[in-house]
Design a protein around this ligand. Structure first.
Ligand SMILES: Nc1ncnc2c1ncn2[C@@H]1O[C@H](COP(=O)(O)OP(=O)(O)OP(=O)(O)O)[C@@H](O)[C@H]1O
Length: 230
């Protein structure tokens, strides 16, 4: 379980309180109005946004003071964060700690993962020579190859068309589940949550609420989210 124990994250002057638990091995969607603090919550869990109160625990271990790279989390962003001067192979191999010339065994692991995300045969291309969807697949491959328990997704597919977005979401969740990961994903689209999430964690201004089952949240929304859901 990921436990935000009376936590406060501070993004600039914006404080977000979170006293909640996210179940391990499940898919939790974060929804809420624009500017309420969804990305702040993910950034806080990842260690990019300062934590100014409480404790953050993963499976009983306090990770509050760990640097981002030492936390049990990988992160997928909308901009994919691929290095433009590196090939897909080199970008994805970074997940395995590889430098610019991956060993044969690293190359094999990367090729296997590229095949799983649908990028067979494209490992020597640079990101600029890939479509937006293919770039998302490369970023997904890198996140999955990182041996981290929790995969955080901050709307990585929102720039894609609706069909491709749904396909990428399904693929990410399926592969993450297969690898036994816990998925926490921000979305602006409640239908994304309905599609793949076990639970929904609502964020209203300055407060992140405890997750509740997706069905309960959408069928009978908590008071704070009735207007948001319309
Ligand atoms: N780098 C920053 N410095 C100062 N304030 C920031 C910074 N980034 C975000 N904020 C503020 O923090 C608050 C929460 O922002 P955040 O990006 O977490 O919201 P969000 O719910 O993810 O929004 P959206 O749905 O629009 O992406 C907002 O009021 C925003 O203006």
């Amino acid at each position: 379980m990921l436990w935000c124990k009376d936590v406060e994250f501070l993004q600039g002057a914006y404080a977000l309180a979170a006293d909640l638990q996210i179940e391990a091995g499940r898919v939790t969607a974060i929804i809420g109005p624009s500017g309420a603090g969804k990305s702040t919550l993910l950034g806080g869990i990842a260690g990019f946004v300062p934590q100014t109160g409480g404790a953050l625990l993963w499976k009983g271990s306090d990770i509050t003071k760990l640097a981002p790279a030492k936390r049990p989390v990988s992160m997928l962003f909308q901009d994919n964060n691929l290095f433009p001067h590196l090939t897909v192979m080199q970008n994805v191999a970074l997940a395995l700690g590889s430098k610019l010339n991956p060993t044969a065994s690293v190359r094999q692991r990367v090729e296997d993962m590229l095949a799983q995300v649908g990028l067979d045969g494209l490992s020597e291309r640079k990101p600029a020579a890939l479509s937006g969807g293919q770039q998302s697949r490369a970023a997904l491959a890198r996140a999955l190859l990182q041996d981290r328990d929790v995969m955080l997704m901050d709307e990585p597919f929102s720039a894609l068309g609706p069909g491709l977005k749904a396909e990428m979401l399904d693929l990410s969740v399926a592969l993450a589940k297969e690898a036994g990961r816990t998925v926490v994903m921000v979305t602006h689209d409640p239908s994304d949550a309905a599609r793949v999430a076990d639970a929904i964690l609502g964020v209203s201004p300055n407060k992140a609420w405890a997750p509740i089952s997706t069905q309960d949240f959408l069928n009978d929304p908590p008071e704070a989210f009735v207007d948001y859901l319309g």
